[in-house]
Ligand binder design. Structure first.
Ligand SMILES: [Zn+2]
Ligand SMILES: [Zn+2]
Length: 80
C-alpha cells in the first residue's frame, strides 16, 4: 500500500472558503513544486517543518480568486 495525495492525483477536490471574503479558494498545487520560486530562507522553513512532522501530508497552496490572498493547507495522503 502506498500513500498518495488525493488532490495531486485528481481523485477529488477539497473546497476551502477564503477567511477574508468567503469565496471558494482555488488549488494552486502542492508547495514542493513551487520551491524554485522561493528564497533559501523559505526552503529552510519547509525542511524544518517536514523534519518535525511525522504525518504523511502534502502542503497545498490555495489562492482566493476574489481577493487574491494565499493560504497553505495540509492535505492528508491516503493509502490505496
Ligand atoms: Zn498534493
Ligand atoms: Zn478572498
Amino acid at each position: 500500500m502506498r500513500s498518495i495525495c488525493p488532490l495531486c492525483n485528481g481523485l477529488y477536490d477539497i473546497d476551502y472558503n477564503c477567511t477574508n471574503c468567503g469565496a471558494t479558494m482555488v488549488d494552486e498545487g502542492p508547495r514542493v513544486n513551487l520551491m524554485d520560486d522561493y528564497s533559501p530562507y523559505l526552503l529552510d522553513e519547509i525542511t524544518n517543518r517536514v523534519d518535525g512532522v511525522e504525518r504523511d501530508e502534502c502542503i497545498h497552496i490555495f489562492r482566493c480568486p476574489s481577493c487574491g490572498i494565499q493560504e497553505s493547507f495540509s492535505i492528508e495522503r491516503k493509502g490505496f
